[in-house]
Design a binder for this molecule. Structure first.
Ligand code: 5HY
Length: 243
């Protein structure tokens, strides 16, 4: 049995449910999903400040998951907040949904488009494309210009805007695949793939399968080199519990 901890780094429990449902929809029969989010932090992650706050919550959850003996971790926010720090703390694999979706897109298409939420977060996606080496694979980035939590307001407006942007990307970008740039979009991918007749990739699902594969191959996060456990030191104040 594999136990995969899927972390929604924002504190919106409705989105944690959405993300958990997407993860469970693709989990193998022997995989149990634990969907969690920080008990304190930021309700949605829409910029660099939010990401910095969310990263601490990610580390707290990774530490808790390691104590629970989880097989691996997914960071289910498209900014992959705290990814490398989480890898230092973790013994199992830690996969961010942006890297998972981007890697998957490059395996099924030569170029992909990204559809995310607010225009101001496009720069975060661009930074990740550079960091992961996918800049030349990404044909275009689009934003629906709605806040992250519009995906959870029950109106369906954000979901329809995602659909429209995906159709536009298919018609205009010359891409072979589309990456959904928000954990809250996770449950839209399957239906959009069928409607558009092209891979529309959700990073939550992709990350869960990557963790399963790494665990099956017997690989955790390397503890040789820069992802070794953090150097022990007396953490103080609000960070004491991270010791
Ligand atoms: C996410 N924010 O996946 C990112 C996406 C975004 O709270 N969860 C968030 O739009 O930046």
């Amino acid at each position: 049995m594999s136990l995969i901890q899927v972390i929604n780094p924002n504190t919106s429990l409705a989105m944690t449910e959405t993300i958990g449902a997407a993860a469970r929809a693709v989990a193998a029969p022997g995989t149990e999903i634990i969907a969690v989010s920080p008990s304190h932090g930021v309700p949605s992650i829409e910029g660099h400040f939010d990401e910095a706050i969310a990263a601490i919550g990610v580390l707290e959850q990774v530490r808790r998951g390691r104590e629970q003996g989880v097989s691996g971790h997914v960071i289910a926010c498209f900014g992959d907040p705290g990814l490398l720090a989480a890898r230092e703390l973790a013994s199992g694999p830690v996969i961010g949904i942006a890297e998972a979706a981007m890697h998957t897109a490059t395996l099924v298409a030569t170029r992909f488009s990204i559809v995310t939420t607010l225009p101001r977060t496009l720069v975060i996606a661009r930074h990740l494309l550079q960091q992961y080496g996918f800049t030349h694979h990404c044909a275009a980035l689009h934003a629906i210009d709605l806040p992250v939590l519009a995906l959870e307001d029950g109106s369906g407006v954000a979901q329809e805007k995602v659909r429209q942007r995906c159709l536009q990307a298919k018609q205009q970008d010359g891409s072979g695949a589309i990456v959904l740039g928000c954990g809250g979009m996770a449950t839209l991918a399957r239906e959009l793939t069928q409607e558009l007749g092209m891979p529309v990739i959700d990073g939550v699902s992709a990350a869960v399968k990557m963790v399963e594969s790494l665990v099956a191959l017997g690989f955790g996060t390397s503890k040789h080199g820069d992802l070794a456990l953090p150097i022990a030191k007396p953490l103080s104040g609000a960070f004491q519990h991270l010791n």
